[in-house]
Design a protein around this ligand. Sequence first.
Ligand SMILES: [Zn+2]
Length: 172
Amino acid sequence: MNEILKYPDPYLKTKATIIDDVNKPSIKYEINYMVKIMEEIDGGLGLSSIQVGLENSIILYREGGNPKDNLKVLINAKISSVLDTNLQRSEEGCFSLPDIFIPLRRYKKIEVIGLDEYGINVRIIAKDMLSNVLQHEIDHLNGILMIDRLSKLQKNLFKRRLKGMKFKDKAV
Ligand SMILES: [Zn+2]
């Protein structure tokens, strides 16, 4: 898990670059690199290229939003439509903000488009947990962390906790 960038690494604010040629060997390499990292992590629901210091727009996610589901690749992912604007709350975790869970509300149902690892167009109708996971990962591609989604008051509270953690890390 050392390969994953942690808050407050400034690279996490990077916006991902759209990939024009999925079949380039360098893209295959980056996908494999990310898959390897995900396979080493127990219980990860998603991972974005930005989190591992890569710039090209790649996310990995678990098909049904459950830790045991198949791992899928999505390139140039974006939300094409919000199908249910009602919000659903979940306790979100993030590999870039270890040991912190934040209650966030996100759209119940969205449509996401992108390409698979072979360059084939993919359209995903995501609801329940998968909807939140994909919104979380697409946020990463836009340089947004889950703490950026909090109100100012909540954010200050979590920032204090994060600072505390950082101090602890330095102390040991
Ligand atoms: Zn994350």
